[in-house]
Ligand binder design. Sequence first.
Ligand SMILES: [Zn+2]
Length: 422
Amino acid sequence: MVKSSPELATERPPETGDPDAGIRWTVAHAAAGSPWWRSHFERAHVDPKSISGVADLPRLPFTTKEDLRASYPLGWAAVPESSLVRLHASSGTTGKRTVCAYTAQDLADWREQFARSFVTAGVTSADRVQVMVGYGLWTAGAGFQAGAERVGALVIPTGPGNLDLQVEMLLDLGTTVICSTSSFALLLAETIEARGLTGSLALRVGVFGSERWGTRMRERIESLLGLESFDIYGLTELYGPGVGIECTEHEGIHYWSDYFVMEVVDPLSGECLPPGEEGEVVVTTLRKEGMPLIRYRTRDLSRLISEPCKCGSPFPRLARLTGRTDDMVKVKGVAIFPSQVETLLGRVEGVGSEYQLHFYRNGERGDALVVRVEAEDYPGLKDSLVYQLHEGLSVRPEVELLPLGSLPRTERKTQRVFEHRG
Ligand SMILES: [Zn+2]
């Protein structure tokens, strides 16, 4: 075990994972260590000493990505800079980068969580894990590598892209586990198929994350690569990836409730929602020293699952993400999430994994939504799709059918929403 960092303003919380003790410690630690946090509590008229546990969470103010950016780069840090040992930053897809700085203990905690994620996906010390995600400033590579090494697996850190190198390593080293974005996994799977290599791989597990992916895409990746896939969850602000993952039941994501608490709130009113109701995921850390999070709004949309999992894990579950609060697009006054379209498309026979949504301004007829989708065309398919989408979205789209494999495949996150309304 790594020892606690020496210059902390407050003691470490007990290691028992008692969430009330963790909340008390986190609030006191943030207030003691950071003027930014002190003024954040003052603005909300909350006395940090009055917080006694999880039940008091609704009294605490939310924090947002904008708050994090306003205190850029290290205003959120609750320890002296000399206690910080590493920094990562988000990919900045929706604006300026946000940074996450870690103490040595934070990195050890992250490694434990990531190792637990690999174990949940059935990875063991006998596995060869090819890490095909970015290294460096981005959190992913470092996290996957540390977690897999903690499990005792052999790590092959190929990094992202470079299909020829990836295929060479898969074949030469008999890689059994791959870690990547789902977009890259699809690209790799189709490359393997095109080169006639399906069946000559030793793969058995795929750990995919950083974007939402549909059932069709998942089935295609699994069948072409011959593996079982696991959806991994994470965000840079909360350690990084590896803070939760699916188990072999594939009914939601187990998250590590001894390190953080999750709430789901109404994205508009901010009110807490009961388990089963969909809203925005909000996280509060219980042990994070460098940059604690208190009621941080993740912008991820999901719901808490209160029933125990069939796998017997003691850890609670979050449903697979349905999207992000900032994915919402309005057409003819109706709010649409790409995930809704994906779900509806997935119900129709013959539809492929790839689709695009195009939004146009269409003169006197108002806005228009054009859904371009890969499919094996057959009589009545287009009408059936228009009907299903109209029923499900309350907006009648135009549907364009495209041959399978014709939409672009990318190595990073795939763009599916195209706004042409200026
Ligand atoms: Zn489970």
